[in-house]
Each structure stands twice: as C-alpha cells, then as structure tokens.
Design a protein. Structure first.
Length: 255
C-alpha cells in the first residue's frame, strides 16, 4: 500500500508552521533543543523532511524541559502537553507541542536525562531509570497477548508496581536527577541506542548549530553524527523502497 503524497505534503507544511512558531518561542525564552530522530536525519540528508516522513520529533535536556513548566504559552498557537510530568517519567514522549489550529498536528519531545560522570554509577542509574519506567508502565501492559518470557518479566514488574507506587520511588528518582543535575555530565534518552553506555556529555547537548530545514533554519546538536550513528548506523544510506512509508501511518492509502 502506498500513501497520499498530497495529504503528506499538506501535513508536512502544517508541521512546518508549528515548528516555526515553536522555534520563535524557544529562541525568545532561550530554550535549547535539537531536531531529533528522523528529522535529524532529514536535516542532514535532505535539508528538510525525509520525503515520506509524517512527523517531527525534538530532543532537549531535562534542564530545558523543567524550564518550560514555568513559562507562559498563552497567546501562542500551540499548547504544551506535559505527559504525566508531575508524577513520573513518561513511557513515550515526555512532552507534546500541540497545534491549536489542528488537533492532529503535534510535535513530540524526547528528554535526555542526566547521569553521573562515573561510568559505573551512570550505568547503574541508567538501568534504574529503565526499570522504574517499566515498572511504572507495567500496569498498562496486556499479559494475555504476550509470550511466556514476556509474561514472566512483565508479571514481575506488575508485582513490583504497588511497592514503587506506595513509596513513590519513580517520582523520588526523577527528583533526584533534577536536584543533582549540576554534578551530572552524561545524557541519554532511553530510546537512543547508545552503544556500550556511550553517553553524551554536556558539550554534546548544549552546543547547537542552525541548519537549513525546508524554507527555514532549525537547531541541531553539533555532535549530531555521534547521535545518529549510535541510533541508525549509516544514516546517509537510503532505506529500501518498500520501507519508504510514513512511519506514523498518516496519509496512507493512495499511491
């Protein structure tokens, strides 16, 4: 099945309008962020959207994420939707930038959490973060449709969930990351496949540069090559033709 190129182009234009509005707001409020995921590839390989991409994702550090909470976004054409921000670290996107003009147009934001400079401690912290997220999310998993191994793993997480909830451990761990941020120099998002716990340091996530993206300029981390190689390998290589489809399933149905 192909996709409707006209619908996709319209969606990309709507997303571009939203990211321009966000960029103006971020620059005004000194919010440091970067294009992320496929959009980071698109910025380098295509100078804009990957031709079949139907979304926009961003990266920002936990520090920048926290700054947003105190900033007034009234009179903007977007709304910030913090995903379970008050209580826990989220399972998917940490923040949605939603268009007020079209409920179907949103930008996803992934947070890079901070970790200790000590490699051993950072590995422990990273795995604690993943564990706390899985335990917190386990209540939403359907065990009946899972394999035996998944049932055992997720079942154990379900058993641990009440303990974490009672002692509020996930929230406490989130707050610990926040309070100790100044002494943490390594950053990673759980969806970034950092090989051998090769974390990003402060220079990687605080230094940005502006690149051409369609008819505008948007920021990316200067060390984008490290990020993209860790996630995608040879990110300049085009995927096979049959895989060139909108990843979020939008605009499908017409060649």
């Amino acid at each position: 099945m192909g996709y409707d190129k006209e619908k996709l182009k319209k969606r990309q234009n709507d997303l571009l309008k939203l990211i321009k509005s966000w960029e103006s707001f971020a620059k005004e409020n000194k919010i440091v962020y970067s294009l992320g995921c496929a959009n980071l590839i698109g910025a380098i390989r295509h100078k804009g959207f990957i031709p079949w991409d139907d979304g926009i994702d961003l990266y920002m550090t936990y520090r920048e994420f926290k700054k947003l909470k105190s900033i007034n976004t009234d009179k903007k054409n977007f709304k910030l939707d913090f995903v379970n921000f008050k209580n826990k670290i989220s399972v998917g996107n940490d923040l949605w930038i939603n268009s007020l003009n079209d409920s179907d147009i949103s930008i996803g934001v992934y947070v890079l959490y901070s970790f200790s400079k000590n490699k051993t401690l950072s590995v422990i912290q990273y795995n604690l973060l993943l564990t706390s997220i899985l335990i917190d999310a386990s209540k939403n998993y359907n065990l009946y449709s899972s394999s035996l191994i998944k049932k055992l793993i997720l079942g154990s997480f379900k058993l641990l969930n009440p303990t974490f909830k009672y002692f509020n451990l996930t929230k406490k761990y989130t707050n610990l990351l926040d309070k100790r941020y100044g002494s943490f120099d390594n950053h990673v998002h759980r969806q970034l496949k950092i090989k051998n716990y090769q974390f990003l340091n402060s220079d990687d996530v605080n230094n940005i540069m502006y690149v051409n993206y369609e008819d505008t300029k948007l920021p990316i981390y200067k060390n984008y090559d490290l990020i993209l190689k860790n996630i995608y390998g040879d990110y300049m290589k085009m995927p096979k033709k049959e895989r060139r489809l909108p990843p979020n399933g939008n605009c499908m149905g017409k060649k």
